[in-house]
Each structure stands twice: as C-alpha cells, then as structure tokens.
Design a binder for this molecule. Structure first.
Ligand SMILES: Nc1ncnc2c1ncn2[C@@H]1O[C@H](COP(=O)(O)OP(=O)(O)OP(=O)(O)O)[C@@H](O)[C@H]1O
Length: 722
C-alpha cells in the first residue's frame, strides 16, 4: 500500500518508509544511488530518532504515575510506601539537579530557557531532516514503469515546477508515498502526457486526472526565521541579562541599559570610620579638609574660597586608598558612590562617555555625596599614548570625565575621590588644579604605622588573655618591614586560621609569627627532603649570610635561619630590617657583601659553586648598577643619573653612549669584585664560626636569634631591641 500523503509522522513510519522504498526499488530493479544514501543516513539516526519520537508521542503515562493516581493500586501498595517513593524520587531529583548544577552552574530559569531553545532546535531539525519528500523518478522511468502499467491514479502539478504522481486505487502503496519529477514547463508536460496517453490508447474518459496546486516549500518560514531568531534573542536577553552585559561582565537585565553606569551607592550604614584606617595620619589630615567642606560648606564659601573638587589617592596596592575613601564617606555621613575605572571601558563606541554622564547625573541626584572612582588609570591614561584599538574610545571617556568635573560648580557639593597605583601614567589635564586638587600619597606604613594597623586588625580577633596587645603589635610591626595594610590584614587572618588548624581556642604570638613567615616565604614544605650533600651546601650558604650580616655594621642582622624549604626556596632566613629611606655608600656596600655571603661561603668551604646563589647575585648586581647609574655614587662615571629598565620592561634606547656604557660595566664589575673580596676575607677569618653555625643548623634545622648569640657572641654593634 502507498502511504497517505498527509498522514502523521511517527518513528515507525519514518524508518519503515526508507526500508519500503528500498524494497520497492529492488523489485523495480534500478536503485538510484541517492536512495541508498538516504537509507544509510536513516540507519544511523534510527535508534535515536525512535527513542525521541516514542518518548514524545506515547500517550501512556509512565508506570509510576499510574500507580500514584490509581487509588486501588495505592491501597494495594500502601500509602506509606508511596510517600517514601515520592520522597525518594524528590531526593533523587534534587541530587540530580545538584550534580548537574555543579557541572553547569545555571539557575532554574536559565536551564528552562536553554531546554526550550534546545527542544525548538531539535524539533526544527527533525522536521527538516525527516519531512516526507517522496521518491524522485525521471520522466522516462515514470512512463515506462508506472504510467504504462496503470499504477498511477492521479497527478498533481505543484507550483508549475514539478509533478507528483499518486497511486491508483487498489494498488499496493504501502511502500512509497508518491513519486515526483521535475518539468520544464507546464505546456511541455501536458503535450508529452497527451502523446504518451495517446500511444497507450487511452480514451479521453480514461485519461489520468491532473490537478494544479500551489504549495509552500518552507521558503516563507526560512525567510522569517532570522526575524524570529532576533526577536527570540532579545526576549531571552532581557529575561536573562544581556549578552552585552556578558561582554561588559556586569549589565544585568535589559540590554538597552548598557549605557547606564553601574556605580554602587551606599547611602546609610557606612560602618568604616577614620579610626579604622591606621598608619596614614597625614593622608587623613589632608582628607579631613574635604570632610569639613562637605559638613560645613558655608564656612568656606563665606570667605570666598573655592572648595576643593576632588583628591587623587595614589600609592602601591593595598595601602588603604579605597578604605580611606570609604572612611571619608562614613565620617561625613553622606552617600558614597563607588565605581571602578575599568567599568567605563567597553567595546561599544560611546558607552564609556554615556556611563560617565550617567554617573554624574546619579551623583547630582544624591548630593552632597562622595564619588569614588577606583583604578582611575584605566580611564585616565595620558591621551595620545599607545596605539591600542579602543584608544580613541578611552580618550572620549576621559574627555567626558574632564567635562563633567568642570561642569559641576562649587555649589554642587560633590567631592570626587580617585584611587590609582599608576599616577605616572595619568593625563596631566586630570591632575591640574580645579579637577583633582589634592594629591594624597599613601605609601607602605612605617614601624609605628604598621603597629597601629595591627592594632586595628587585632580588634576582632580572639587572643589569649595573657597576650599584651601593645607589645604584640610592636613585635609584629618589627617583623613585617615593607608590609602594606592589606598584607597586615592578611597576616592577622592567617594567624586566626593557623590557630584554628591547631585546634586552639584563642590566638597566641607564635601563630602570628608563623603567619608572617608563611606570607613572606610561602608554605612550609616539610615533605620535600633534600639530599645530605645539598642540605650541607644550603646550611653553609645560609651560615655564610648569617656570619657576614653579624659582623658588618650596616648589614641587616639575621634573626632566624631555617633549613625547611618554603615556597620556591630551599631554605629561608629572616632579617631584622630597619625602616630606612636614605642609604649611604657604606651601607649599600655592606648590604652587597651580605648578599654575596652565601656564594663566598660555598667557595671557602667546598671550593666549588652552585646555582643556589642565583637570586643573591641578581640582587647584588642590581644594587651595584643602581649605585653607578642612578645614584651617582661612582667617581669615574660621575654624579649622573640615568633610568634603569624596570623589571619586565626593556629600555629600548640607552640614554648614554657606548664609551659610558663600557665604563659603567667596568665600574659595576670592580664594585662587585671589591664586595666579593671583602666578604671572602671576612668569612675566611671567621671560618670556625661559619662552620659552627652550619653544623648547628644541620642538626636543629631552625636557629633563632638566641642560638646565634650563643654561637657567635653578641653582635659588636649597638642595636634596637625587637
Ligand atoms: N591603613 C590601613 N588601615 C587598616 N587597614 C588597612 C589599611 N590599608 C589597607 N588595609 C586593609 O587592606 C584592605 C585593602 O585595602 P584597600 O582596598 O583600601 O587598598 P587599596 O590601596 O585601595 O588597594 P588597590 O590599589 O589594590 O585598590 C582593607 O580592606 C583593609 O583591611
């Protein structure tokens, strides 16, 4: 039997169609190659297709559901069992969902949207791939095999382009739906058909009926498909958070809000106060003036003074710039609007300036307020420098910022604060008076500053009652030269974690010391074992540093030596550094000798050298070059200063000639040689002491200051207590 043309598509019919076509054509001898291809394709798709369609088309509810709804069955199995099963199912479902979410972190709505999208695409795929197309034959085959044998019942000329031939009544048509062939024109088809039927001797009554129809072949659907996809995209984007948002990593919700600034406004409950910011008293004093202005603007205006518009907070990372800005808002109790400079940078033209405009509109609507732009270098980079693609967009954004800062006058009551680590690359227009009036530098805190920052961060910690907080702060400040506020906060947190790991109820001094060591040197590697020969070399190397530092006046004395590898180094030594800002030539020379102490000790004791001194040599060379090239400390080169290449940067052009370069190299070499010989002489003279320290270190693995005093005697110079 031939299939009815418009019957419903099912998995069975799909697979059956292809096999039956094959069967029929085998019977009709010639098998067009295309059919075999189709069949191969169907064979591959068959199982999945069957599963999919069976799953969708089955009207029968699953067994479980029948049990649930059928009161008889429910009675039979008992209500409790049913409840348990339901709970189990729910649990399994939630477990499945949790596992799924671990792999794909999507919320339910996102998952629903994705599922709908996938189902739609799958349906479209199945429709286009498996829609009934009939079997194409040539005119000659059609006439010889079907028409002449009386198998054709009626014909349909579709869209004046091709003809579908349907089976006559009584013909077994289960194998093929219909046959079709292309026609050049309707007229030629009619003429040819007429001729064939005449040849067959059919009377006008017996002629095969021909109807003319128009059919859509899906081209209309395909033409509206892009529009549908676009509408669907916007629909999903508005529900999900826009794709634009994804690019900018933040705009959630309507994609049309991309030009809105994403500044966060904190109106009440700013809990940070000036007392929470320690170690930067000068910066606080400077910023107090801004606070006073916001508190009592008339005091300034009455005197005819123009009030400051903003302050630029600069300094290394973690020195408390953001914290100080927040504390300023907390002190005046005005709204604090904070935004990051990088949030203005977009790939879309015009978005940056639009966001700046929007930011200032927001600020004006809540004035008086403090507007804080963190990492302003992202948007305030000097114009005309660099050649990256969105340079002009960044410049437009900066121009808009300059315009806005000019735009609000002294009665607007907005103070703009900005934070940056790279004040050197900012555009001069941004720094001129009338824009960022104040430049406040926050450097790493000094000894007292560190102690007061420790005091701030010790406040929320649970210390043993026996701990003297003042003394602890001073001790920790001495152990952490060069630490910033953020690093000090990290030390306090690490100490609490160590105490918890050791199952202590409170935190003690030792936990803090361990925390400092961990932050400076990295994690202790107790498992990594060195071979005895390596360990001996490392011990003598460290003893060399220790003895050199002990007997040179200006070197930082070692107060802890350890053979336990930490981070990337095979050993560690802790020095007592002073907070010093100016260094004399003698002091730098002593430091160079101290750096070379490890390598010299290896040479004195083993008459061979190892790679362990690589980092020491690098530092000593850098220091020697700095003395000769930057600090003007070399007689032969003279009191000149040139820029040295920064780490990671290569200086393309040397600012001095070839002869100066040769002279500099020569002087650097002789300086390092002098330091080496002095250290060699020192360690040779103190050979027994080095040996004593090294052997003791090999035995105990860790030596503290008391051990060193015992081994080397008191240091022959006056020192501050730790
Ligand atoms: N002076 C300080 N007093 C107390 N805590 C501080 C101080 N400086 C930094 N901190 C601590 O360090 C953390 C980070 O500081 P903050 O974000 O203000 O640094 P920043 O200078 O803005 O850094 P970046 O330049 O990287 O943005 C603060 O949350 C605070 O815990």
């Amino acid at each position: 039997m031939w299939f009815l043309r418009n019957r419903q598509l099912t998995g069975w019919t799909l697979t059956h169609d292809f096999s039956s076509i094959l069967f029929m054509f085998r019977r009709c001898s010639a098998l067009p190659p295309r059919i075999s291809l189709i069949q191969r394709g169907s064979g591959r798709l068959h199982p999945q297709c069957l599963l999919f369609i069976r799953g969708n088309s089955s009207n029968r509810p699953p067994k479980d559901e029948i049990n649930k709804d059928d009161p008889l069955q429910r009675d039979r199995h008992g209500k409790n069992n049913e409840d348990k099963r339901q709970r189990g199912r729910r649990k399994e479902g939630s477990r499945w969902w949790t596992q799924f979410q671990e792999v794909f972190p999507l919320d339910r709505r996102a998952f629903q949207n994705l599922a709908f999208g996938a189902a739609g695409m799958a349906t479209a795929f199945v429709y286009f791939h498996f829609r009934e197309t009939g079997v194409q034959v040539s005119w000659k085959d059609f006439v010889n095999r079907y028409l002449s044998r009386g198998l054709v019942g009626r014909m349909e000329v579709v869209n004046k382009e091709y003809v579908k031939a349907f089976p006559a009544d009584g013909v077994n048509s289960s194998e093929v739906n219909y046959l079709w062939f292309n026609i050049g024109s309707v007229k030629s088809f009619e003429r040819n058909l007429e001729l064939v039927q005449q040849e067959m001797g059919l009377s006008s009554m017996d002629r095969i009926p021909v109807v003319y129809t128009n059919e859509s072949d899906g081209t209309i659907f395909l033409s509206v498909l892009p529009v549908l996809l676009l509408v669907g995209f916007f629909f999903v984007a508005t529900r999900q958070g826009s794709v634009v948002g994804a690019c900018s990593s933040r705009v959630k919700g309507n994609p049309l809000t991309v030009s809105e600034s994403n500044a966060r406004t904190v109106k009440d409950n700013i809990s940070v106060r000036f007392e929470d910011v320690a170690g930067c008293e000068e910066a606080k004093l400077e910023i107090m003036e801004l606070v006073n202005f916001l508190k009592d603007p008339h005091q300034y205006r009455d005197l005819g003074a123009k009030t400051p518009k903003g302050a630029l907070l600069s300094g290394p990372p973690g020195t408390g710039k953001t914290l100080l800005a927040k504390a300023t808002a907390g002190e005046v109790d005005v709204p604090f609007i904070s935004v990051n400079g990088s949030e203005f940078l977009e790939v879309f033209v015009g978005v940056g300036p639009a966001r700046i405009r929007d930011l200032f509109i927001k600020a004006r609507s809540v004035a008086p307020c403090i507007l804080f732009i963190d990492e302003i270098d992202a948007v305030g980079r000097r114009r005309g420098s660099g050649s990256c693609m969105n340079q002009s967009e960044q410049e437009n954004t900066l121009n808009q910022l300059l315009v806005e800062m000019d735009g609000f006058n002294s009665s607007t009551d907005i103070v703009v604060l900005a934070g940056t680590n790279r004040v050197d690359i900012l555009d001069p227009a941004l720094m001129r008076p009338g824009r960022f009036d104040r430049h406040i530098y926050l450097g790493p805190p000094d000894l007292n500053g560190r102690a007061s920052i420790f005091k701030v961060h010790l406040r929320p910690l649970k210390l043993y009652p026996s701990v003297d907080v003042e003394a602890l702060c001073r001790h920790l400040a001495a152990l952490t030269p060069g630490f910033t506020g953020a690093e000090i906060a990290g030390v306090c947190n690490e100490a609490a974690l160590i105490a918890a790991r050791h199952l202590h109820q409170c935190i003690n001094t030792e936990h803090f010391e361990l925390a400092v060591e961990r932050i400076i040197g990295g994690v202790e590697k107790k498992i990594q074992k060195l071979q005895l020969e390596e360990k001996t070399t490392v011990a003598y190397h460290q003893a060399g540093h220790a003895v050199t530092g002990w007997f040179l006046k200006h070197a930082d004395p070692i107060f802890k030596l350890s053979l336990v590898p930490r981070g990337r180094s095979l050993s560690s030594s802790r020095y007592l550094c002073k907070d010093q800002h100016l260094f004399s030539q003698d002091q730098l020379f002593d430091r160079m000798c101290m750096m070379l102490g490890g390598r010299v000790s290896e040479q004195v004791f083993f008459h061979r050298i190892t790679t362990g001194a690589h980092d020491d040599l690098r530092k000593a060379t850098e220091l020697a070059y700095a003395q000769v090239v930057q600090f003007g400390m070399n007689k032969a080169v003279g009191p000149v200063s040139f820029d040295l290449p920064q780490q990671g940067n290569t200086l393309c052009e040397r600012p001095f000639g070839e002869s100066a370069a040769q002279l500099i190299d020569l002087e650097v070499r002789s300086l390092i040689d002098a330091a080496f010989h002095r250290t060699y002489q020192l360690l040779f003279d103190k050979k027994e002491m080095v040996e004593k320290v090294a052997k003791c270190l090999l035995e105990k693995e860790i030596l503290d200051r008391a051990d060193l005093v015992k081994l080397l005697g008191p240091r022959p110079f006056k020192e501050d207590p730790i």
